[in-house]
Ligand binder design. Structure first.
Ligand SMILES: Nc1ncnc2c1ncn2[C@@H]1O[C@H](COP(=O)(O)OP(=O)(O)O)[C@@H](O)[C@H]1O
Ligand SMILES: C=C(OP(=O)(O)O)C(=O)O
Ligand SMILES: [Ca+2]
Ligand SMILES: [Mn+2]
Length: 666
């Protein structure tokens, strides 16, 4: 017998599911039925939608005035829209002008919004229709969608949907891959040499400015613009640089990746909806076509990567590298040109301020501790990397921080650790494929893993990021030779000598085994970014430090008790104590002794730091090896400074002489 029941041992059906079902009260689905209250009639409740599409349309509220309108499927350039152009029209016209091909003299047809969400648009004749027939190409017929100043959430979705290697990590950050290049490419940087820049900029030996002519720039620009216009969609960021309102620069970044757009969203100053509405024409534009290589048949191109700056046209073109830091540091170079023209000093430094308003600058090359030491739980963070020093005080150029994450730990760097959350871009880190927990010790992709986050992710950041004149100027050197003292007080001439030298020594890649530390000298602690001769910046720094009575310090954040391999890196906790003593002013009252050769004043005591490490020789077991290493480093300093001996620093002949004498004596 067929049935739904469970058969009993005696062959009877004692329990029938069908019977049980029949035993339940009937469910009434008739409208208006009042008898049964266990079940609601779905259609009876008050709903604001009739279809799934309508339901979905309720989910998203219109927000800022810049939110793309959904009706009509986005806005199209060149349509006969409302009679008074909206800010959207203005924006699209402006972006179209930015993306215009210089040989075809027309901007592309643009639509605001994502191609998948915007409705299909019928053929719309583009603005000036009188394009010569010979110039007509398929590229002129297609539309490019503009994703203008998207929010982090929207950029996350774009990255995760369309960019391989984009994932949400367990802390909420967006993990991305920068591709083949995981660091900057200084050898591929070119600056257009025209009549003006030939006279103004620093060219030749030691200069980061490798020349390129205007024509070649235009070839690369066209390559980048054509690549971008060939895409279905491009990202456009309109943002600001410099928190000093009088010297704010408007920048536009056109890029192909959500990763780049979110990176710049975090790193530049974010406009308010009102400011974005009135943005107008940018002062400087970046075309980031980093996925696409340059053409090596092009004059001046020595690889498939090219980062080109044209100060006259106020444009930068990136081809053949997706490393996002290239954009931030490219703009920094531009500021190193624009700001000194206004008698403002641009600085490759971190900056923070104490509760009493005492400001400190932290100069240093990559990896020396600008970001780590300016991010200090007891002080207000003004910025970690790029600043201006004007007659009014200091201002951060950026709106975010770009911290190294290799070996990052919650204990040692809690503020940076906590800043890695939703909105933060995590570059080239490795994470567990299931839990998505990041392993900050993993160097599989690169040693240069990074986190880019808005500065307000640091709880004690100072918004707006400006402050009074600096009281302390701290020069950081990560000395892998292990011979520079952990802390020394500098007079003005010594400060200038070390500023112009810009020394650090890092260790070679660990994979290839322990190698000799390699000394790097980078003028003004940022030769890769300066545009003018180093002595121009040095003269401004000397003048400002003198006028404000600021004190210079040299802090070795590198090795102690031996070079890399035998000694060990100075504990971050000790360096923090040293920095605390500088900030509090207690180090000014310490007793000092002078070191041999470099003539540095070193304190006999610093609270919280073992005194035996303050004089580097004490920490070395092999005193002969120490002396040899010290002499070796002194020789490298002397050789490096030779190119500067024929230059005058400012109008002060006496200071110039003192600076020359402030180097090592042997
Ligand atoms: N004594 C120390 N002082 C400063 N940083 C240290 C020290 N010891 C180790 N570090 C590490 O060195 C790195 C310094 O890098 P970072 O602050 O990003 O430099 P910068 O901003 O100048 O490029 C960080 O990863 C930090 O944890
Ligand atoms: C992004 C950079 O900055 P830093 O290493 O100084 O933090 C860089 O030099 O590429
Ligand atoms: Ca940094
Ligand atoms: Mn830096």
């Amino acid at each position: 017998m067929a049935g739904n029941g469970i058969e009993n041992t005696d062959g009877d059906f004692s329990f029938s599911a069908a019977a049980a079902r029949d035993a339940l009260p009937r469910i009434t689905t008739e409208k208006g039925a009042k008898s049964v209250d266990v079940c609601h009639d779905d259609t009876a409740s008050r709903v604001n939608f009739q279809t799934i599409d309508e339901l979905h349309s309720l989910q998203k509220k219109r927000s800022a005035p810049t939110t793309p309108r959904k009706e009509g499927g986005g806005l199209v350039m060149g349509t006969s829209g409302p009679t008074t152009p909206s800010s959207r029209d203005t924006m699209l016209q402006s972006v179209s002008a930015s993306l215009a091909s210089l040989t075809r003299e027309t901007g592309p047809k643009l639509i605001k919004g994502d191609p998948t969400s915007a409705a299909k648009v019928a053929h719309v004749p583009h603005t000036p229709t009188s394009v010569p027939a010979a110039d007509v190409s398929d590229s002129g017929l297609k539309f490019t969608h503009i994703l203008h100043n998207l929010s982090p959430a929207e950029l996350y979705e774009q990255a995760i949907k369309y960019e391989k290697g984009s994932f949400i990590t367990s802390n909420g950050a967006l993990a991305t891959l920068s591709g083949a290049k995981t660091g900057r490419s200084p050898k591929d940087k070119r600056v257009v040499k025209d009549e003006t820049t030939a006279a103004e900029l620093w060219w030749g030996k030691g200069s980061p400015n490798i020349e390129m002519d205007e024509q070649t720039f235009l070839v690369n620009r066209e390559r980048a613009v054509d690549y971008l216009n060939s895409l279905d969609k491009v990202f456009v960021n309109d943002q600001f640089l410099n928190w000093d309102p009088e010297n704010r620069i408007k920048v536009r970044i056109v890029s192909a990746r959500a990763y780049h757009s979110l990176f710049m969203h975090n790193m530049c100053i974010r406009p308010t909806p009102q400011e974005l509405e009135n943005f107008g024409t940018p002062d400087f534009t970046i075309y980031n076509a980093g996925k696409f290589p340059c053409n090596r048949y092009t004059h001046y191109m020595t690889s498939s990567t090219s980062v080109d700056i044209n100060l006259g046209r106020r444009e930068m073109v990136i081809l053949g590298t997706q490393y996002a830091g290239e954009m931030k540091k490219g703009l920094f170079g531009v500021m190193h040109y624009l700001m000194p023209k206004r008698k403002i000093l641009s600085l490759h430094s971190g900056c923070n301020m104490g509760k009493e308003g005492d400001v400190a600058l932290f100069f240093g090359l990559s990896g020396t501790g600008k970001t780590t030491l300016s991010t200090d739980h007891n002080r207000y963070l003004i910025g970690d990397d790029e600043h201006c020093w004007s007659n009014a005080g200091v201002s951060n150029i950026e709106g975010g921080c770009y911290a190294k994450c290799i070996d990052l730990s919650r204990e040692k760097e809690p503020d940076i650790w906590n800043a890695i959350k939703f909105g933060t871009v995590l570059e080239n880190v490795v994470f567990d494929e299931h839990t998505r927990e990041v392993d900050y010790n993993d160097k599989s992709v690169t040693e240069n893993t990074r986190a880019a986050y808005p500065i307000e992710y640091i709880p004690n950041s100072k918004i707006p990021c400006v402050g009074p004149h600096p009281k302390n100027v701290i020069l950081l050197a990560c000395d892998a030779f292990g011979v520079l003292p952990p802390i020394s007080k500098l007079n003005l001439a010594q400060t200038m000598y070390h500023f112009i030298s810009g020394y650090t020594a890092l260790v070679a890649g660990t994979e290839e085994g322990v190698k000799e530390p390699r000394a790097t000298f980078s003028a003004c602690f940022g030769a890769a970014f300066i545009m003018l001769h180093p002595t121009k910046y040095a003269a401004m720094l000397a003048e400002k430090m003198q006028a404000q009575g600021a004190t210079g310090w040299l802090v070795n954040t590198g090795w102690s008790g031996g070079s890399y391999g035998s000694g060990s890196r100075i504990k971050l906790a000790y360096t923090r104590k040293i920095i605390d003593a500088i900030h509090s002013g207690s180090l000014l009252n310490a007793t000092y002794q002078k070191t041999e050769i470099f003539g540095l004043e070193i304190p006999n005591e610093v609270e919280g730091v073992p005194s035996e490490i303050l004089e580097p020789m004490n920490a070395w077991e092999d005193k002969e090896a120490y002396k040899d290493t010290l002499l070796k480093l002194a020789g490298l300093f002397r050789n490096n400074f030779e190119t500067f001996t024929s230059h005058k620093i400012g109008d002060d002949g006496k200071l110039t002489e003192e600076i020359l004498a402030a180097g090592p004596n042997f």
